[in-house]
Design a protein around this ligand. Structure first.
Ligand SMILES: Nc1ncnc2c1ncn2[C@@H]1O[C@H](COP(=O)(O)OP(=O)(O)OP(=O)(O)O)[C@@H](O)[C@H]1O
Ligand SMILES: [Mg+2]
Length: 330
């Protein structure tokens, strides 16, 4: 199977085998991200966004295990790639940035050394050139006085600066796929805007495919071309960004859009009820117990993803059975 998209995830399932039982953190997730495009991944806490990001990057640790799926990058299935080869690809082809920058930087090595080593571990260039590349990229991320910064240690920097150093590290090797898990949450709005515009510029210039995990719909609106909405380990809706905001097709997406801050909107409506336990997922729509629009036909089976418009799919029985909805409304 060969694909022209930069990244193609097919039927990915990652489960955690715990004493309490099997946690189905990611359960049959499929999506593609084209080169030069950004996919926003949204959903309530615990729905499986980070585990999806870790699975794609081959970083799932026991008791987690990828049970099934394919992750295609450049005609190669990453899930069938030997660990040593995968380590080589990570950084160069696929880079991942997490929210907690201090946990990802080595506190006893200077910023410069860490950046230079990142380049040298993947590229056959001189240390001098590696240093130059690092300084240029730090400057592009809006970091003042990059030469001085290269000599600093992570603990001497603010959280926002550390985060920009990590992004710099991820971008240094011009990866084909960049996965950002809540990358700007810890940053103040001005810095966030600067980083997002630099990311957008690089995404277009380098034709990177970006997966952006965030709770912030403002960030989605600024960055994403399309959005995937996750609920209880599955994607329940996928649409181009404007389409998702204007015509959300899944009741969960509608509830989510009302529940999280968006464009300075004040009155937020929380989603009633709790997400289901991923230990005992019912074999029917997982949103059913919380769905304000549920009807009898929602019981007993899972709704498949149905096409509702160009590039727009959603998994809701209402969309499969429009005739029944009409009947139930009468
Ligand atoms: N090591 C683990 N052992 C058991 N369960 C785990 C483990 N790591 C994650 N999970 C479970 O997998 C599910 C998905 O977690 P994940 O971290 O992907 O959520 P998330 O969507 O990223 O949430 P958030 O928005 O809070 O970051 C959660 O129910 C979580 O409890
Ligand atoms: Mg997460």
């Amino acid at each position: 199977m060969f694909s022209t998209s930069a990244l193609k995830v097919h039927n990915l399932s990652t489960h955690f085998y715990t004493r309490q039982g099997v946690v189905k953190a990611v359960d049959g997730v499929s999506f593609t991200v084209e080169a030069g495009h950004a996919l926003g991944l949204v959903g309530e806490s615990g729905c499986g966004k980070s585990v999806t990001a870790l699975s794609i990057s081959g970083l799932v640790k026991p008791p987690g295990r990828i049970n099934s799926g394919e992750v295609w990058l450049n005609g190669r299935d990453l899930l069938k790639t030997p660990p040593r080869e995968l380590r080589r690809l990570r950084g160069r082809e696929i880079a991942l940035v997490f929210q907690d920058p201090l946990a990802s930087l080595n506190p006893v090595l200077s910023v410069g050394l860490q950046l230079v080593e990142t380049v040298l571990s993947h590229e056959k260039v001189s240390a001098g050139l590696a240093k130059k590349m690092a300084v240029v990229q730090l400057h592009r991320m809006g970091l003042p006085d990059p030469d001085r910064l290269m000599r600093c240690y992570p603990l001497e920097l603010s959280g926002g600066m550390c985060q920009r150093v990590l992004l710099t590290m991820a971008l240094l090797l011009h990866p084909k796929v960049l996965i950002l898990d809540e990358p700007t949450t810890a940053l103040d709005t001005t810095v966030q805007a600067q980083i997002l515009s630099e990311l957008k510029r690089l995404q277009e210039e380098l034709k990177m495919a970006v997966i952006l995990v965030t709770h912030d719909m403002g960030v989605i609106a600024a960055m994403a071309d399309s959005v995937a909405v996750m609920y209880a380990g599955s994607i329940v809706e996928r649409a181009p960004v404007a389409e998702l905001f204007d015509r959300p097709a899944h009741p969960y997406t509608r509830a989510l859009l009302c529940s999280i801050p968006r464009f300075g909107q004040e009155a937020l409506v929380p989603i009633k009820g709790q997400p289901p336990s991923l230990l005992n997922l019912p074999d029917e729509c997982a949103f059913l117990p919380r769905c304000p629009e549920a009807f009898t036909a929602c019981r007993g089976k899972r709704p498949p993803l149905t096409t509702v418009g160009p590039g727009h799919t959603a998994a809701c029985h209402q969309l499969c059975l429009p005739a029944m909805v009409e009947v139930s409304k009468r």
